[in-house]
Design a binder for this molecule. Structure first.
Ligand SMILES: [Mg+2]
Length: 411
């Protein structure tokens, strides 16, 4: 690829984002060790760089963090605040181009190929962004620039905090030569995959790129092909336009329990709550689906995923709940270990027309559901809720359920 057609892709990764936003909002925390953790959970979600100097890391328990730094400031995370700040940050990127793709709450891709000449090159754009983030928000970021998304993402990881790493196409080979498999995490190669790869003698990105495709697909199915491309630094996926709405493929919710549990009544109550939420969102989108997927993460981070496709479309919470319980009873209960997180999602979606409700009882049910939705919309989530949701409520906060987000690297 010559220089003219070489793409310039940026990945902007905010540094210790949640902790930095907290420091931005509360100047008393500036320059001090801060950890952000979820309410009710005793695990560190993000640590400020000052806290990291004491050896505090994401995933540690709060008592462990306190042991390392007794004066550490503990802040309970506020997702709304972080999302709000992210949206404001995106506006800076959008001043340059609409080709801004949100990768996660604190990471965005930008394709500046078409506009870099107006700003004296991609590197200069990165420097302007850094200056503005610092000046307007007091936040720092690490930016990677590469000829595609994979390389940009890997480059951004090279220097933290406040880094800027540029890898041009001609440097890609040397760059991958030195890159260990561990450093490739976050681009579709998780911890477990990294371990598996090492077990079969693949230790660097180049090893992965050179590995036999048949062998890789034998181990990882279709993903073997994706991994091989990643190992060769090949990625043709475009940076999406910020304003393009991608069609909804699935609707799901997940919830991390306030404490790990194997109490089936508690779990069922959460399943009901999540089913209601998923149903409500489907109905808001005027959609129904026929594939139900259940996801359980256990305390030791192992997980089970069960999927079933039905012949009829559905979108009521009761229906989702009933089907989820059937799957759970048949495949998962009794539990062998404690559960940390539970998720439900519906896919194989279709738009709903009135014809979907041909039968009288379905029509009545539809009217009832619509009325409940309307009241909940007006007076807040779960103003009207099934009684058995009470168990979940007593067990922990039910209002803050995260949207099930899977960060898959699309190929
Ligand atoms: Mg980050």
């Amino acid at each position: 690829m010559d220089n003219k057609t070489e793409k310039k892709i940026l990945l902007i990764d905010m540094n210790s984002y949640f902790a930095s936003v907290e420091q931005m909002c509360n100047p008393a925390l500036k320059g001090k060790p801060v950890i952000v953790c979820g309410r009710g959970r005793t695990v560190v979600v993000t640590a400020s760089y000052e806290a990291r100097e004491y050896g505090i890391k994401t995933g540690m328990t709060v008592p462990e963090a306190r042991k390392l730094c007794p004066n550490v400031n503990i802040v309970y995370g506020n997702l709304d605040k972080y999302i709000d700040t992210s949206l404001k940050i995106h506006k800076i990127f959008l001043d340059f181009t609409d080709k801004v793709e949100v990768f996660s709450i604190d990471e965005c891709f930008m394709d500046v190929t078409d506009v870099e000449n107006y700003y004296g090159g991609a590197e200069n754009i990165a420097l302007i962004i850094k200056r503005r983030l610092k000046h307007e928000f007091g936040l720092t970021c690490s930016i990677g620039i590469g000829p595609n998304k994979v390389i940009a993402k890997l480059a951004a990881k090279m220097k933290k905090p406040d880094g800027l790493t540029v890898i041009t196409q001609e440097k890609v080979k040397d760059f991958l030569e030195e890159l260990s498999i561990e450093k490739m995490q976050g681009i579709g190669i998780g911890k477990h995959i990294a371990e598996k790869l090492k077990n079969i003698g693949i230790n660097t990105a180049v090893d992965l790129g050179n590995a036999d495709l048949m062998m890789l697909t034998g181990f990882f199915g279709k993903l073997g092909w994706v991994y091989k491309n990643i190992g060769q630094g090949i990625d043709h996926t475009p940076v999406r336009n910020y304003y393009d709405k991608s069609p909804i493929k699935s609707v799901g919710h997940s919830h991390t329990f306030p404490q790990d549990t194997d109490n089936i009544e508690v779990i069922k109550s959460y399943v009901l709550m999540l089913s209601e939420k998923v149903g409500e969102r489907l109905r808001n989108y005027k959609m129904a689906g026929k594939t139900l997927c259940i996801f359980i993460r256990f305390y030791d981070f192992s997980y089970i995923m069960k999927r079933k496709t039905y012949s009829c479309y559905f979108n009521s919470g009761t229906e989702i709940f009933k089907k989820s319980i059937e799957i759970l009873d048949k495949n998962i209960f009794p539990l062998s270990k404690k559960v940390r997180l539970f998720g439900v999602s519906i896919s194989s979606l279709t738009r709903i027309t009135t014809q979907e409700y041909l039968f009288e009882d379905q029509r009545k049910n539809k009217k009832l559901i619509e009325t409940i939705d309307e009241i909940n919309k007006r007076y807040g989530e779960f103003t009207i809720k099934p009684l058995s949701m009470k168990i979940a409520e007593n067990f922990g906060i039910i209002k803050k359920c995260g949207v099930l987000t899977t960060r898959t690297w699309k190929k």
